[in-house]
Design a protein around this ligand. Structure first.
Ligand SMILES: Nc1ccn([C@@H]2O[C@H](COP(=O)(O)OP(=O)(O)OP(=O)(O)O)[C@@H](O)[C@H]2O)c(=O)n1
Ligand SMILES: C[C@](O)(CO)[C@H](O)COP(=O)(O)O
Length: 298
């Protein structure tokens, strides 16, 4: 399946796709040319959860009766404009993730691949797989942390829309705190600068790119062994500094489950979402029953 422009609601006057951020002066024509590009979600689930519990992979932990990785995959399954999903795993979680994908019948998941030691290595593995598959340079790639289970459809749509005007975009949430940029003086830190709060955002995912852009940024970064970015946007910002990266509206609930302390918040958000969508609740209950039955068989 490919994305067609006719599927995208656009403002007749400005040509701005609904849900996209007006992050810069828009010069798009009122009617965009037809577009036939794959929209691929890369779900990164190859982390080791060292800050959570390395013996209890957080991507497999259930919230609202459903494993975190399933929430994330389902968000992209549900978005009609996403054509394909690549899931990135490590050896510890591969068996369970594959079983979950089979059980749940996620029809867009094309491949489950091995990630690497760091997040950046897992993204690189996905980009290599997509290149080997001959994906076109203008394909839209949405890279998502599996451990952000509650990503909203508006964030996914906004990311896809943003790539009509920009080659890179990230979902982000305006900071309600003032951010302090510091400098390390050895045994203590001092403030280096204080960006205006109105300019300060918290990076979230998905982070989205035209394939050729993120591939090029990663090729440049690969030559630098000291570069250990914690997200993909940083790779573009540092290696393609002339490439503007659009901000797509995120939300407080697009939480990253990082430590055990995030679980009660995640449960509260899941409860709220399931309360809003009874079908989702029925699916979660069914999932919990299947997981229980599978546990009893073992
Ligand atoms: N080698 C890695 C490292 C991280 N990730 C993924 O990238 C996201 C980043 O979230 P984070 O909280 O940093 O996850 P972990 O790396 O697992 O956590 P930690 O840093 O505590 O080990 C997660 O979905 C994680 O599975 C990945 O695919 N491959
Ligand atoms: C990609 C990310 O989720 C953006 O907020 C984040 O950078 C992930 O990694 P981290 O190691 O928790 O910073």
């Amino acid at each position: 399946m490919t994305e067609r422009a006719s599927d995208i609601p656009v403002d007749a006057t400005t040509g701005i796709a609904a849900g996209s951020e007006p992050a810069a002066e828009q010069s798009a024509p009122a009617v965009r040319p037809a577009q036939h590009v794959p929209v691929v979600a890369v779900v990164l689930a190859a982390g080791f959860g060292t800050r959570f519990d390395p013996d209890n992979p957080k991507q497999l932990v259930s919230v609202g009766g459903k494993p975190i990785v399933c929430w994330s995959i389902e968000a992209f399954e549900r978005c009609e404009r996403v054509s394909d999903i690549v899931v990135v795993v490590n050896a510890k979680v591969r068996g369970t993730v594959e079983s979950l994908i089979d059980e749940q019948g996620y029809g867009k998941v094309r491949i489950v691949i091995d990630g690497g030691a760091e997040r950046v290595d897992s993204t690189a593995a996905a980009l290599d797989t997509l290149a080997a598959a001959g994906i076109p340079g203008d394909a839209k790639i949405l890279i998502h942390d599996a451990v952000r289970p509650f990503v909203e459809q508006s964030a996914i749509d906004g990311s896809i829309d943003a790539l009509d005007q920009f080659k890179a975009a990230t979902v982000a949430f305006a900071s309600t705190d003032t951010i302090l940029l510091t400098q390390d003086l050895g045994d203590l830190k001092v403030i280096r600068s204080v960006p205006d709060r109105t300019d300060s955002y918290r990076a979230q995912t998905p982070q989205s790119f035209r394939f050729a852009t993120i591939r090029h940024a990663y090729e440049l970064a690969a030559a630098d062994p000291d570069f250990h970015p914690t997200d993909d946007t940083r790779v573009v910002v540092d290696y393609l500094p002339d490439e503007p990266v659009a901000i797509v509206a995120g939300s407080e609930t697009n939480l990253k489950v990082t430590t055990l302390a995030d679980i009660p918040t995640a449960e509260r958000i899941a409860e709220e979402i399931l309360g809003r969508d009874p079908k989702e609740e029925a699916r979660a209950r069914m999932h919990a029953l299947l997981a229980q039955a599978a546990g009893q068989l073992r």
